[in-house]
Design a protein around this ligand. Structure first.
Ligand code: 13P
Ligand code: SF4
Length: 312
């Protein structure tokens, strides 16, 4: 499917299908530029969940990864939710299989389970509160001091939040393959070459890398930072798809994608990049692949997502 070439005006066809289906296209900042430009709304995980909850479209076309489309389905069980490629997963979600997570919870029955939105619907259904990197700190700060917390599945975000909140938490040992790929040494070399550049990073990066960052935040927070900050150059340690938005909102500034350790494109999320314009068109034309979840999972996963939305 990746090499699929369609001899049609894909953009034009997608726009027609959008009208026919009364569909909304929601895209994450890590999608390829063309998809971001075509989408009705581009955002981070929290903004996309909010948008999915408030839309009055009949069909949600989700240009992002599986757990994001699942969240949209949980919030809209009666709507058709399409994902251009069902294999667009997430290494964090993969690192936390529901049966192991259930056993983890059972070993710590007195703990509140705060779970990063990058997890499967089954894991959400087993959690108390969902969070994203935009609202995690705020949510943790609302948990009574004497209540122990389990934070899953990203150990890097968990460690970062422990530092920020001063709160000890029990962490699940998962990580993002993309954010762990950045080379600390190459980033320092870049900083030597461009001393005026600020290093900005997503909290899914490892501790050592975060210690060099002048600003740490979710994708939306990185965007608002570069807009309000007075530097003219940044080294961006997150998936480089976001640079498209940075260049759009701050065309006078320069953005350097933090390089990966090896000579590869592994700073690009291989899951996010499975979605292409062709697959976006095909999923709308064929009204599939769609996200299907059982009623039971939807009911149980909705509660911790709603708690997140109330607390953030
Ligand atoms: P944001 O919520 O910051 O957009 O992060 C999503 C994600 O998958 C980061 O890798
Ligand atoms: Fe998951 Fe990492 Fe891709 Fe984000 S960048 S979707 S955390 S694999």
């Amino acid at each position: 499917m990746n090499d699929l070439q369609l001899d049609i005006d894909i953009e034009g066809e997608i726009k027609l299908l959008k009208k026919d289906l009364n569909a909304v296209i929601l895209a994450h900042y890590y999608q390829e530029s063309e998809i971001q430009d075509l989408a009705d709304f581009v955002g981070d995980s929290l903004e996309l969940a909010r948008k999915a909850r408030s839309t009055d479209a009949d069909v949600i076309v989700f240009a992002g990864v599986h757990f994001m489309a699942e969240t949209a389905k949980i919030l809209n069980p009666d709507k058709l939710v399409l994902l251009p490629d069902l294999d667009a997963g997430c290494s964090l979600a993969d690192s936390c299989p529901a049966p192991l997570f259930k056993a983890f919870r059972e070993r710590h029955p007195d703990h509140v389970a705060i779970t990063y939105i990058n997890c499967t619907a089954e894991v959400k259904a087993l959690s108390d509160i969902i969070c994203t990197s935009s609202n995690a700190e705020k949510i943790i700060n609302q948990i009574p001091e004497d209540k122990p917390v389990l934070f899953s599945p990203d150990r890097n975000l968990g460690k970062y939040l422990m530092k920020k909140t001063g709160r000890k938490m029990l962490l699940w040992d998962g990580s993002c393959i993309v954010h762990e790929t950045f080379s600390e040494r190459k980033i320092i070399d870049l900083k030597v070459q461009y001393p005026d550049a600020k290093i900005i990073a997503h909290p899914e990066c490892e501790d050592a890398l975060l210690s060099h960052a002048e600003f740490v935040g979710s994708t939306s927070k990185l965007l608002s930072f570069i807009l309000s900050d007075n530097s003219s150059r940044y080294i961006v340690a997150t998936e480089p798809g976001i640079i498209h938005q940075m260049e759009k909102i701050a065309p006078q500034k320069a953005f350097i994608a933090a390089p990966p350790d090896k000579n590869c494109n592994c700073n690009e999320c291989p899951f996010m990049r499975l979605n292409t314009m062709e697959k976006l068109y095909l999923c709308m034309r064929d009204r599939k692949p769609e996200i299907i979840l059982s009623e039971d999972i939807i009911k149980r996963a909705l509660r911790p997502i709603e708690r997140m939305l109330e607390m953030s």
